[in-house]
Design a protein around this ligand. Structure first.
Ligand code: UDP
Ligand code: MG
Length: 340
């Protein structure tokens, strides 16, 4: 990860706030009021450019969410845009749809939840870091007062597990983050279906900063992440980034084979000292040896599967950051970079 040059300063961006919404009719009126106030104050403080807007992404809601978004867009033309997905695509895909939608029309985008749990006041701090040259700014929860003990403990275990499996993670960061146009373009090169944005964004490199905020409890509506969905999401966050679990099977196979070797010595001693009943030696040996062979074979298959898995994701192998000096092929523009 890089750091921006100390004297860097860039003009206020045209800012897009991207808000995924699933059945948020209860929360949206308050969210709209707060976000309009936030955008107006950011523009008048010179932190965002006139023309900045909110994009609400309706992720296949079954309540009056879309009607409300249309109403807001009518009342604040230019300030409010809406994108309605034809069916529920899931939080991560709805968010990505919004980011794709704004990538070419804004200088920076901030993604936040529709329930105001991601404190809009922190956006000003994000924009200050953007002005200093940061391309990515993470909103990090200062305290988890609004979460119960179970959620705090499971979140901690999850971050620890991800780190131990070699996946880069920003602790206590969800999907509240600022991405510059450059970061949005880089993100657009990831085409995977099992999206786990908080795992992909750290892979973009560039200059990454953090702002800290307190996360209040949800005031209106219900959480769309019940326990089962949360666990599925956590599993995605591990299996989409690390093939180590598959590799562990190979390790288990080797361990079983080693144990089989020790047991071989043990049962032979027992056999020759005549302390065994007929058949015991061969059964015990076969159990350990065959389990070891099976696990080894599974591990080898897993290794190939892991390679295929990473290939089919077709992640970019590199991201261009900047260039200097005379280009070798001057007529080739940056859009020609495939990164693959
Ligand atoms: N969301 C969505 N599609 C989904 C689930 C959630 O667009 O399938 C939105 C939801 O409306 C909210 C955000 O994603 O704006 C985060 O969801 P929620 O606040 O329920 O998650 P929590 O904060 O409880 O983890
Ligand atoms: Mg929430």
């Amino acid at each position: 990860m890089q750091t921006p040059p100390p004297d860097f300063s860039r003009p206020a961006p045209l800012l897009a706030l991207v808000v995924p919404c699933l059945d948020e009719a209860e929360a949206l009126p308050e969210t709209q009021r707060v976000l309009m106030h936030t955008l107006d104050s950011l523009v008048s403080a010179g932190l965002a450019r006139e023309g900045s807007f909110v994009l609400y992404v309706d992720d296949g809601s079954s309540d009056s969410t879309w009607r409300l978004i249309e109403e807001f867009a009518g009342l604040r033309p230019g300030r409010v845009r809406g994108l309605r997905l034809a069916a529920n695509a899931g939080h991560q895909h709805a968010l990505m749809a919004g980011l794709d939608e704004v990538a070419c029309v804004c200088d920076a985008a901030v993604s936040l939840d529709a329930d105001l749990q991601d404190s809009p006041e922190a956006i000003a701090d994000m924009l200050r870091l953007y002005a200093k040259g940061y391309e990515i700014v993470y909103g990090v929860r200062r305290r988890r007062k609004s979460d119960n003990v179970f959620k705090v403990l499971t979140a901690k275990a999850f971050y620890r597990l991800r780190r131990s499996l070699g996946v880069s993670t920003v602790c206590d960061h969800a999907d509240f983050r600022l991405l510059s146009a450059k970061a949005l373009k880089a993100l657009g090169r990831f085409e995977e279906t099992n999206l786990f944005l908080r795992g992909i964004v750290p892979m973009l490199g560039m200059t990454q900063g953090r702002v800290y905020y307190d996360r209040p409890p949800r005031r209106y509506g219900k959480s769309k992440y019940p326990l089962a969905r949360m666990l599925n999401f956590a599993a995605d966050g591990i299996t989409s980034f690390s093939v180590r679990p598959a590799r562990m099977i190979l390790g288990c196979g080797l361990a079983f084979m080693a144990i089989a070797a020790v047991i071989l010595v043990y049962v032979l001693i027992r056999y020759f000292t005549d302390h065994t009943i007929a058949g015991w030696t061969s059964i015990i040996l076969s159990i350990w040896f065959c389990t070891g062979v099976l696990l080894l074979a599974l591990g080898v298959v897993g290794e190939y599967l892991a390679k295929v898995y990473m290939e089919v994701k077709r992640r970019p192998r590199w991201q261009p950051d900047s260039r200097t000096g005379t280009a070798v092929a001057p007529e080739r523009d940056e859009n020609a970079d495939s990164g693959r």
